[in-house]
Design a protein around this ligand. Structure first.
Ligand SMILES: Cc1cc2nc3c(=O)[nH]c(=O)nc-3n(C[C@H](O)[C@H](O)[C@H](O)COP(=O)(O)OP(=O)(O)OC[C@H]3O[C@@H](n4cnc5c(N)ncnc54)[C@H](O)[C@@H]3O)c2cc1C
Length: 383
C-alpha cells in the first residue's frame, strides 16, 4: 500500500502531460503504464502530428490558441524545439463531405489569419500538388508539425524532473472509489490517492470497469505510410495538407528524413486493442497510394507503413471530465485528434483533479453529454 497525492493511469501523450502538470504543481504523483514507456501499441508513437488552428467551431479554434501557447511553454520548460511551422493547407474538393463554410467562419470569428486559394494559386505556390479543378484551399501560415514520440518523452522527462515516479510495465487492474480516498490496483501493488487521472485511451473502459461506467468508444487501427520521392526537394517545401472529403486523407512534408508521410483519417477497421495485428494492411496501402499518386504525383514509392490506434467517441469530441458520481476520477481522451492538445489537456486535467474547476469551459467534453449517453446517437467521425 502506498500513499500518493495523484495517480495517472496511462503514459501516452495525455497521461505524460497530466503527470508533468500535476508534479509541477508540487504534488506527489505516480504514473502507471501497462507497457514500456515509449511503446508503439497505443496512439502517441512515431514521428509527427498536426498542430493547426483550422477547426469547424470557434470553440475548437480558441482551444487551438491554448494549444500553441502550451506547446511554447513545453518548449521553454524542456529546452527542446518541438514545433516546426510549415504552413497548413485544407483542401475542399467540389461537393466535398466536409464544408469549408464552418471552417472559414470559425477562423474569422476567432481572428486567425488565413488565405483562400484557388487551384491555380495552389499549383503556383506548390507545384507538387495536383488537386482537381474547383478545389478550394484554406491556407494558414501557422500550420505546424509536433513530434509524437519525442514530445511525449519530453513531457515524461519534465514529470520526472518535478518529482513524479513513472512506472512502465505496470498494468492497472482496477480503480476503486472509497469516498475519502481512491485505490488504484496493479498486479503487485495498491496505491491510495486523492484523485486518479485516467488517460488510457483505447483501454479506458477496462480501467473504469469497477466504477460501472462504459463510454461508447470505437477503436480503429490506422495506417500511416511513408513515401520516398525521387526528388525530395519540392516535397520539403510543401505545407502539411488535409483532404476534407470522405474518404479524408492528410499528409506531411519531409520531416527529419527525405520521405513524406500520408494516411487516411478513420480508414482502418474497428479492433480490440489487445488482439489487433501490427502488420501493415495491403488494401489500405493500395487505397492510400492511389490517392497520393494522383494528388501528389512524384511522391514516389511507399517505403514503410505502421499501425496506430484511433479511439473515437461518437461525436469525435474529447472527454475531459470527472466520472459522474466519482468526482475524483478524471478522464482525458483525445478522440483521435488530441495530440496537438496534449500539453493543454495535461494542464486542464491537472486543474480538474486538483481543484475541480478549469480556466477553460469543458462542458462539451463531459461524460454525461447525449453523444455518450443516448444509445440512438448516430456516430459521425468526419469533422
Ligand atoms: C495515425 C494517427 C495519426 C494521428 N494524427 C494526429 C494529428 O495529426 N494531430 C493530433 O492532434 N492528433 C493526432 N492523432 C491522435 C493523437 O495521436 C491521440 O489522440 C493521442 O496520441 C492519444 O494520446 P493518449 O495518451 O490518450 O493515448 P495513448 O498514447 O494510447 O496512451 C494511452 C496509454 O494508456 C496505457 N494504458 C491503457 N490501459 C492501461 C492500464 N490498465 N494500466 C496502465 N496503462 C494503461 C496504454 O498502454 C497507453 O500507453 C493521431 C493518432 C493516430 C493513431
Amino acid at each position: 500500500m502506498a500513499d500518493v497525492d495523484y495517480v495517472v493511469v496511462g503514459l501516452g501523450a495525455l497521461g505524460s502531460a497530466a503527470a508533468w502538470h500535476l508534479a509541477a504543481r508540487g504534488h506527489s504523483v505516480v504514473g502507471l503504464e501497462q507497457f514500456e514507456l515509449g511503446h508503439s501499441r497505443g496512439a502517441s508513437h512515431d514521428t509527427s502530428r498536426i498542430l493547426r488552428h483550422s477547426y469547424h467551431t470557434p470553440a475548437y479554434v480558441r482551444l487551438t490558441c491554448e494549444a500553441y501557447d502550451d506547446w511554447a511553454h513545453l518548449e521553454d520548460e524542456s529546452g527542446e524545439q518541438l514545433v516546426t511551422t510549415v504552413g497548413g493547407l485544407d483542401l475542399f474538393p467540389p461537393d466535398c463531405a466536409i464544408s469549408p463554410v464552418d471552417y472559414v467562419a470559425s477562423l474569422r470569428e476567432v481572428g486567425i489569419e488565413f488565405e483562400e486559394l484557388d487551384v491555380a494559386e495552389i499549383r503556383r505556390r506548390w507545384p507538387v500538388f495536383d488537386p482537381p479543378r474547383g478545389t478550394q484551399g484554406l491556407f494558414q501560415s501557422r500550420g505546424s508539425i509536433v513530434p509524437a514520440a519525442r514530445g511525449t518523452a519530453a513531457m515524461q522527462r519534465l514529470a520526472i524532473a518535478h518529482g513524479a515516479t513513472l512506472l512502465g510495465s505496470t498494468a492497472v487492474t482496477g480503480v476503486e472509489d472509497h469516498g475519502s480516498h481512491l485505490a488504484v490496483e496493479t498486479v503487485d501493488a495498491s496505491y491510495t490517492c486523492r484523485a486518479v487521472v485516467v488517460c488510457a485511451d483505447a483501454w479506458t473502459n477496462r480501467v473504469l470497469a469497477r466504477l460501472a461506467v462504459e463510454i461508447p468508444l470505437a477503436v480503429t487501427l490506422e495506417q500511416p505510410t511513408y513515401f520516398q520521392p525521387t526528388d525530395p526537394g519540392p516535397f520539403a517545401d510543401m505545407p502539411l495538407w488535409i483532404w476534407m472529403d470522405e474518404p479524408s486523407y492528410y499528409g506531411f512534408p519531409c520531416y527529419g528524413e527525405s520521405t513524406i508521410k500520408a494516411a487516411q483519417d478513420c480508414g482502418g477497421p474497428v479492433v480490440d486493442p489487445d488482439r489487433r495485428t501490427s502488420d501493415p494492411d495491403p488494401d489500405m496501402l493500395r487505397r492510400l497510394a492511389t490517392f497520393v499518386g494522383s494528388f501528389l504525383p512524384g511522391s514516389g514509392r511507399p517505403v514503410r507503413s505502421l499501425r496506430c490506434q484511433y479511439t473515437l467517441t461518437p461525436d469525435r469530441d474529447f472527454v475531459l471530465a470527472p466520472v459522474p458520481g466519482h468526482p475524483s476520477v478524471v478522464v482525458g481522451l483525445g478522440a483521435a485528434h488530441g495530440f496537438k492538445f496534449a500539453p493543454t489537456f495535461g494542464r486542464l486535467l491537472a486543474e480538474l483533479a486538483t481543484v475541480g474547476t478549469t480556466t477553460t469551459d469543458l462542458t462539451p467534453y463531459r461524460l454525461d453529454r447525449p453523444a455518450l449517453t443516448d444509445p440512438a446517437y448516430q456516430a459521425h467521425w468526419l469533422v
